[in-house]
Design a protein. Structure first.
Length: 259
């Protein structure tokens, strides 16, 4: 897929040849249950990485750790020059750099589409109403929802609500976007419109890390695939290598079940 210059390159805080996300030997426990067992990976600026694997393999937990929503007991996570596992972490500053979109849309039902997208820039970035509104309208157009600015979430389809959630995350001007199974709760006919939006972001050069069960999409859009199982990275590589020539029996077994 043809890519443009990295999204937000003019405000890059990491050089092009250094990882914008660097994860080293990350271990995460829930009580006595170890869900991440020494995960290490790098993501370069403008790269699209897809994390695939069976349910319970630690994919969503890893995404939450990258954004500081869940802490880790061992290892380090560096995001755009910020050490996430630092007791002095400025969480607000981190989440300006890293947007995240979940399965659930988490939109405010009593606010319009425009108000949902404007809210964080107004409250967190302290943007003027005029500036926030102008950018919100541009982002709503970007996710192909022009004309829905005054609609409420309950008046939209699931796919439309998910695109509003993407626009809302983009309104914070992130350097990195995380997507956690964003199509899992959608009807099949609305999956395509959300994947098209993510595909366009990737083409614009946005750094994207996706947990996904959409194997065809992962094969098409990703620069690198990570297959996780049991809290470890079993295998990784370019999509053509992982999907067509997987080396580990666990990877081959998983792919045979989902493709």
């Amino acid at each position: 897929m043809q890519r443009h210059e990295p999204y937000g390159a003019e405000t890059a805080s990491v050089s092009a040849d250094a990882p914008i996300v660097s994860i080293r030997d990350v271990r995460k426990f829930y009580g006595s249950l170890e869900v991440l067992k020494g995960i290490s990976l790098d993501v370069l600026k403008g790269q699209v990485v897809c994390i695939i694997g069976p349910s319970g393999s630690g994919k969503s937990t890893l995404i939450r750790c990258i954004n500081g929503l869940s802490d880790v007991q061992q290892g380090s996570i560096s995001v755009a020059g910020t050490e996430v596992n630092d007791a002095r972490l400025d969480v607000v500053a981190l989440r300006r750099k890293v947007g995240i979109v979940f399965q659930q849309y988490n939109l405010f039902p009593h606010k319009t589409v425009l108000e949902n997208v404007m809210l964080a820039p107004r409250l967190v970035l302290k943007e003027s109403r005029a500036s926030a509104e102008q950018r919100a309208k541009a982002l709503i157009a970007k996710v192909r929802l022009t004309g829905k600015e005054d609609a409420y979430p309950g008046e939209l389809s699931g796919g439309q609500q998910q695109r509003v959630a993407i626009a809302r995350s983009l309104a914070m001007r992130p350097e990195i976007m995380l997507f956690d199974e964003v199509t899992a709760a959608l009807d099949p006919e609305t999956v395509k419109e959300v994947l098209t939006t993510i595909r366009e972001l990737a083409a614009d050069g946005m750094t994207c890390i996706l947990v996904t069960h959409e194997m065809g999409f992962a094969r098409e859009v990703a620069d690198h695939i990570y297959f996780t199982d049991g809290g470890v990275i079993v295998e990784h590589g370019p999509p053509a290598e992982v999907f067509s020539n997987a080396k580990d029996p666990r990877t081959r077994r998983f792919l045979s079940q989902v493709i």
